[in-house]
Design a protein around this ligand. Structure first.
Ligand SMILES: [Zn+2]
Length: 404
């Protein structure tokens, strides 16, 4: 759909009048989206918007009002949505979290996703938690924890509570025992392949009906406090869900396993490690999470976590599942960046060529620019593709507006 110059001007004036004479290009783009502007046309329209904003910035408020009077019929009566939609049950504050994996420093993708939740915490008040989920000892990039902490401090103005899961192992063990005692969990010694067959055929495995005493003893054999010890791969703790669940992957899913690999932070202190559905549920319960915004590939995990919540008589938080944001022309993979840095392709995490928070910070971007970008991208379950150029055009504009 063609967007006329007058329409652009009308919306730019409307926005300028809202903000003491200064229009925000991002807000004008958002308004034009509601008018049918297509995402892939932003690049074409942006120079026009910038030109119009420049022109009207030369007018004083009175002149802007006069101009707007002439054009206001071109703007929709419907108030243009600014910022993120309201969350339900948020009036009394929220507790929200962002959980980057310990695979590297934060990149643009983290900055956007994290900022969406942070925007909400700022809006409603409450608590924002950045939680590093490092309970898989074999899959941790050791410097990541410090890198993430530094990025979080900058991006979220030192206001995020920074939590490292591997420092909270006793808590996860406590919940594991509670689940065993509630007979909602059992130690399974079937081989993986064998269990998969049981699950597929909706049959209970022989471990499922062990008595409580036996189960607690087997748990200790996993932990290494009772002999004979289970070796790595010999036993897992499973959640007793429903062997008839329509999705085979939901049937008695695992909660904890043995890994003898050395943990970069905890060393050899632990041999049993919670899997994410256990540690994430425990933390979300303990931290009183009220709203969760996460990537949509976690939908199945959320269903598993809901089952754990139910055992403890808790109501699962309001949850939203974000679609992926593809940035055409950028490869947003922390593990790939780690590899490339190791191989010397980049000088470090702050290499100007990398789309990391550190590198963008050095280039003069402010945290607010990312918050605004997050607001602009908004809550959407649909995957979005943005061109690298288009993304930076928007980000630059958000950033420029802050420096004024
Ligand atoms: Zn079994």
């Amino acid at each position: 759909m063609e967007i006329s110059k007058d329409k652009i001007k009308a919306y730019a004036l409307k926005n300028a009048l809202h903000y003491k004479g200064k229009a925000n290009p991002g807000a004008v783009v958002s308004a034009l989206f509601n008018e049918g502007l297509e995402k892939d046309k932003v690049k074409e329209v942006m120079p026009e918007i910038q030109k119009v904003i420049k022109e009207i910035s030369k007018l004083n408020l009175e002149e802007q009002e006069k101009e707007f009077e002439k054009l206001k019929d071109l703007t929709s009566e419907r108030e243009v949505r600014e910022g993120l939609p309201e969350l339900p049950n948020a009036e009394n504050g929220v507790v929200m979290r962002f959980a980057p994996s310990p695979s590297g420093a934060m990149h643009i993708g983290h900055a956007i996703t994290g900022s969406i939740s942070y925007d909400y915490v700022k809006k409603y008040g409450g608590k924002f938690i950045v939680r590093v989920e490092d309970t898989n000892p074999g899959n941790i990039y050791a410097p990541a924890i410090d890198l993430l902490k530094k990025d979080a401090e900058w991006l979220f103005e030192n206001k995020a509570e920074f939590i490292i899961q591997s420092d909270r192992m006793d808590l996860y063990y406590g919940y594991a025992v509670a689940l065993i005692e509630k007979e909602k969990s059992y130690v399974c010694t079937c081989e993986a392949e064998e269990f998969r067959k049981f699950a597929k055929e909706k049959k209970e495995c022989p471990c499922r009906n062990k008595d409580l005493k036996e189960n607690l003893k087997d748990w200790e054999r996993m932990l290494g406090t009772k002999k004979p010890l289970f070796k790595e791969g010999e036993a897992v703790l499973r959640f007793k869900s429903d062997m008839n669940h329509k999705n085979p992957a939901m049937r008695d899913f695992p909660l904890a396993r043995i890994s003898l690999e050395e943990h970069p932070r905890q060393g050899k202190k632990y041999r049993v490690w919670p899997l994410m559905n256990l540690s994430v549920s425990v933390d979300d319960i303990e931290m009183g999470m009220t709203h969760i915004i996460r990537a949509k590939e976690h939908r199945d995990n959320a269903e598993r976590q809901k089952m754990i919540y139910e055992v403890f008589g808790k109501t699962y938080p309001w949850a939203f599942y974000l679609g992926r944001i593809h940035l055409k022309g950028l490869r947003l993979s922390a593990s790939q960046m780690t590899k490339d840095i190791k191989e010397g392709k980049y000088s470090g995490w702050d290499d100007p060529e990398l789309p990391t928070v550190q590198s963008l910070k050095n280039k003069g971007y402010k945290p607010e620019a990312f918050w605004k970008m997050a607001e602009h991208i908004g809550l959407s379950e649909v995957d979005k593709t943005l061109d690298k150029k288009e993304f930076f055009l928007l980000l630059d504009n958000f950033n420029k507006n802050l420096n004024k």
